[in-house]
Design a protein around this ligand. Structure first.
Ligand SMILES: NC(=O)c1ccc[n+]([C@@H]2O[C@H](COP(=O)([O-])OP(=O)(O)OC[C@H]3O[C@@H](n4cnc5c(N)ncnc54)[C@H](OP(=O)(O)O)[C@@H]3O)[C@@H](O)[C@H]2O)c1
Length: 346
């Protein structure tokens, strides 16, 4: 089969299409014919060599995929064979075939196209895990979503709205703020304004119950300070690159909590609870409660511009690659191709 290999880290990384051996599904794993691969800020950080884990090159990039299950390994769920799934592959997704643990697969609704399916799993499972499991969110609560036009942020807006919350989103540009409003945010705040917190609380007329924070940096402390008593600040990630330090007198004075959210750790160590989470997610999709954003779809040759777009905060919404190994293979080196990505703003 054909696969993309990362040969060395960098900005851009060195990438090449190779002919390689099809992976065999191990115990509890599914072999999946890949139809689409979601790309996110995580891929930009990992392939740039800036992530805490650094797989030894060569390796297959991409983690989030959609496709059809071809086979399962020993102990894997045979009911998955033939099904369309969204899945997380820790062994790499940008290949004609990929393997993922059966319990990391979500059977996708029949009317969901592969591109949308490849865009939902990580962001929606993380956001549902954050808000319901970690944050104990209830209907009527007010949720502030930082980085609301990012992958996790956009899903968190949808989940918070779907769970009956009042959603405030914060982002950095007019276009991103408009996107947040279109996703269901009642209020969208530009956190490039140094007085954004005051402007937000004045317009809201009250405090925040939950903060979904996939950004970190200088935004976390003012967001935490916006919490009402009993509030929960959900630490999801550090897209800004800087890990903030919150003085511990703040949780005491605010009677508010800082809660760590690690869906990756949860899915690996608590498979039964993760299965229940994925079933709940599927119910929310089936009932029409959630309305995932339509992703932008790109060929494999757009990977480098997409990674660049994430690094430079130009991406709005979620891009997905539909791997076209047959045609892209002629160019051999993805890294040397120049290809515009239509979804990026100038
Ligand atoms: N804990 C978990 O289980 C879990 C699961 C999935 C992802 N994550 C983490 O969550 C974070 C966000 O992931 P994502 O997929 O939502 O990323 P994303 O799509 O790139 O969105 C991140 C957002 O952060 C904002 N941002 C602020 N400063 C930035 C900077 N210097 N560089 C890039 N973005 C910046 C951008 O919005 P503005 O331009 O509007 O500020 C951007 O839209 C990552 O750290 C990821 O590793 C954690």
């Amino acid at each position: 089969m054909k696969a993309l290999h990362c040969l060395s880290y960098g900005e851009p990384p060195e990438l090449r299409i190779v002919e390689t051996v099809e992976p065999a599904p191990g115990p509890g794993e599914a072999l999946i014919a890949v139809e689409a691969v979601g790309i996110g800020g995580f891929d930009a950080v990992l392939l740039g060599g800036r992530y805490q884990e650094r797989p030894e090159p060569p390796f297959v990039p991409g983690r989030e995929l959609a496709g059809r299950v071809l086979a399962v390994g020993e102990g894997g769920d045979p009911a998955l064979i033939g099904m369309r799934v969204a899945a997380i592959s820790f062994k790499g997704a940008l290949a004609e075939r990929a393997v993922a643990r059966c319990d990391h697969c979500l059977a996708t609704p029949p009317d969901m196209d592969p591109a949308t399916a490849a865009s939902i799993l990580s962001a929606y499972a993380t956001s549902l895990y954050a808000l319901e499991t970690c944050g104990r969110m209830t209907a009527g609560e007010t949720v502030l979503v930082l980085g609301g036009a990012g992958t996790v942020g956009a899903a968190a807006i949808d989940i918070a709205r779907g769970l009956g919350g009042r959603v405030v989103a914060a982002a950095s540009t007019t276009e991103k703020l408009e996107f947040c409003r279109s996703r269901g945010a009642e209020l969208a705040v530009d956190y490039g304004d140094p007085h954004w917190r005051r402007a937000m609380t004045e317009r809201l007329g009250g405090g925040i119950d939950l903060v979904v924070d996939p950004v970190g940096g200088t935004l976390s402390e003012p967001a935490f300070r916006s919490l009402a008593p009993g509030g929960r600040h959900l630490v999801v990630g550090f897209a800004a690159g800087e890990i903030p330090r919150i003085p511990l007198n703040l949780p005491l004075l605010k009677r508010a909590s800082i809660v760590g959210v690690d869906w990756g750790g949860f899915m690996q160590t608590e498979p039964a609870a993760n299965r229940a989470l994925l079933d709940r997610l599927r119910d929310l999709f089936d009932s029409g409660t959630l309305r995932p954003v339509q992703p932008t779809v790109h060929p494999l040759s757009a990977l480098i511009p997409l990674l660049d777009g994430f690094r430079n905060r130009r991406i709005v919404g979620k891009p997905v690659i539909q791997p076209d190994f047959g045609t892209a293979a002629s160019a051999r080196s993805i890294g040397k191709q120049q290809c515009g990505a239509g979804h990026e703003r100038d």
